[in-house]
Every structure is written in structure tokens, then in C-alpha cells.
Design a protein around this ligand. Structure first.
Ligand SMILES: [Zn+2]
Length: 187
């Protein structure tokens, strides 16, 4: 194998724009554009240059936008209901609607680290299965045996939001509680 066979010459065309970039790099390196191009190819073949992969940040932003879209869609539905029926959506309708929105978010992995405020806006505090109220932020439970206790516990829940979480009830929490009427003891 002679020198030419061991070190073959390559020849290819580049755009003028690329060439001027190579010229700039060559100037910085005090070498030729040809030499810079050779080094780049050499590095790439030696696995020292890595091809650009899908930007993770971009992916995160896409998911956040998807999540916001779902939340906006949900708010729109609630507002439209308000406009059409002149009253807030019932707790039962909210409960039926909400999981669809949340699930569609999860299906695309869009619900990531929902803030406490988002949780309070999207998850009902009423646990229908056990007929009790549960704080969606800390899990505190509110049970009742009779109507008096039921009314007392609704009030306690509101106080809990103010005292423990320093906030007023979210629109959803308020709607659910307003709509919730006594239907027997908690289980
Ligand atoms: Zn709590």
C-alpha cells in the first residue's frame, strides 16, 4: 500500500456560507479551511463529535403547553356551562368531566409536577366512594355521621384551606362543596 492508497484525497463541494464559516475557524486556528474540514470529519468518525439529539427542554415545553391546553379546555367548558345554564356546573358533572381531561393529559405524559394550585383546580375534594371530603393538598379527611356534622365538616374544610394552606377554596372546591348535599353518613 503506497502513500496515496493509505491517505486518499477527498474532494467535495460546500456552500459559500459553509466555506466562509470554515475560513473563520481556520483563521482562529491559524490553519487552512481544508484542514479544519478534515479535522471535523476525523473527529466525527472517531466518535468525538455527537449528532444533535432531540432537545429535552423543547420536549418539556411541548408537554407543559399540552397540559396548559387541557386546563384551558377544562376552564372553557366550565365557563360555557355557566353561560348556557346561568349557574356553575354541578359537582357531579364536574366529577365526570374532570377525569377525562386529566386522563388525556396523562396519556401524553403531559401532567408533570402539577402545582398545588393546579391540583386544587382540577381534582375534586369530594370522595364519592366513601362519601367524605378530602383535602387534595395534604390528604386531611372530613367525615360525618349526620346532617349537623356534615355542615360542620364543610365549614371545617373551608377553614382548613385558610389556616393550613393559606388560600381561599379554588373554584372547583367551592363548586363541589356548594353542590354537595347531605346524603347519609360517611363510610
Ligand atoms: Zn390540606
Amino acid at each position: 500500500m503506497n502513500y496515496n492508497q493509505r491517505n486518499p484525497i477527498f474532494s467535495f463541494r460546500l456552500s459559500d456560507y459553509r466555506k466562509s464559516k470554515l475560513d473563520k475557524l481556520a483563521k482562529l486556528d491559524k490553519t487552512s479551511a481544508n484542514e479544519v474540514a478534515r479535522k471535523i470529519i476525523d473527529k466525527y468518525l472517531a466518535n468525538e463529535l455527537i449528532e444533535k439529539t432531540e432537545d429535552l427542554d423543547k420536549e418539556m415545553i411541548k408537554l407543559r403547553i399540552e397540559k396548559l391546553k387541557n386546563e384551558i379546555e377544562y376552564q372553557k367548558l366550565k365557563i360555557n356551562y355557566m353561560k348556557n345554564f346561568d349557574k356553575p356546573m354541578s359537582a357531579s358533572a364536574t366529577r365526570i368531566l374532570k377525569p377525562q381531561i386529566i386522563t388525556s393529559g396523562n396519556a401524553t405524559g403531559a401532567v408533570i409536577n402539577a402545582s398545588d394550585a393546579t391540583i386544587a383546580e382540577t381534582i375534586s375534594p369530594y370522595d364519592e366512594k366513601n362519601n367524605r371530603i378530602q383535602c387534595v393538598e395534604c390528604g386531611s379527611l372530613y367525615h360525618w355521621k349526620d346532617r349537623d356534622e356534615f355542615l360542620q365538616q364543610k365549614y371545617e374544610f373551608e377553614l382548613h384551606m385558610t389556616n393550613k394552606h393559606n388560600r381561599a377554596m379554588s373554584y372547583l372546591e367551592k363548586t363541589v362543596l356548594d353542590d354537595l348535599s347531605f346524603s347519609g353518613a360517611s363510610t
